[in-house]
Design a protein around this ligand. Sequence first.
Ligand code: GDP
Length: 305
Amino acid sequence: MPRAQTTPNESRSVFVALVGRPNVGKSSLTNRLVGEKVAIVTQKPQTTRSRITGVATHGAVQYVFLDTPGIHAPRNRLDARMTQTAAASIKDVDVTLMLFEPAGELTQAEAAMAEALRGAGPALALINKVDTLRSFAALEARRAYLQGLGVFDDVVPVSALDGTGCDALFARLAPYGHPGPHYFDDEAFTDMPEKELVAELVREKALLFLREEVPHGIAVTVTRFKERPDKDLVDIDVELICERRSHKGMVIGKGGQMLKKIASAARADCEGLLGVQVNLQCWVKVRESWRDSEKLLDELGFAKP
Ligand code: GDP
């Protein structure tokens, strides 16, 4: 049952865990729900620690979709605000969505997963890929079967492919939200994991090549992260933010050599991790004492605790 009674215009967040067997459509559905292609998340190696796969804000309600309700360990001080605010909630999502194929027997793993959800908090069953179903009767049979497991509050048919049922799903999720300010910008960093990862890689290279010259006062923020619709290529713009004017020149280097070196090393790593071609553009800016400025942290997109 929904945890909190909220009025329609009251600010709230819904943390949603997506589970289900491989290929059931978790990435596709996440993309569909956040309205942006974040599927390269799935191409990342397991080593990636970030678990946030998508954020969608509809008016007063912010939905945060997570691949597992697990740990989101802080990686560095730059995402401290985010992890600080998210960590507690991720452990304890508001609702879990378990995706199912529209037909066929459940695998053993699926049955075990569904069983594990029993009594572990609210859960909804999603019948995905309903676009492949030929008859209403087949859908109804599937619905009755899943409802009969006695684990799920409700069964919602969707298609990640054509968007069928997604509005209904949002409406069904909203009541599970908990009141309070949104955890992320309403403009939604739907692709936060990649952005975080890219920012982290660029920062790593900057620290590596600059050594002690420009110490830890560098922030890296991704200002654009767009996948080209027609090819496996992502355009990424990042800003390297220095605390002091004197540092800017060092980061850029003679004839731009240092910045080129940082960008090219970071690009190689980004391509390896994201599994797609990356067009990486780096810019250097000075924001004095950004680390101590709440205002600048806001501008940099770190949501307030
Ligand atoms: P994941 O492993 O659970 O993340 O699954 P993916 O999102 O990678 O999807 C696995 C496959 O199922 C891909 O080929 C998708 O195109 C396909 N797929 C996902 N959702 C749908 C859907 O709603 N309808 C149809 N027809 N195919 C889908």
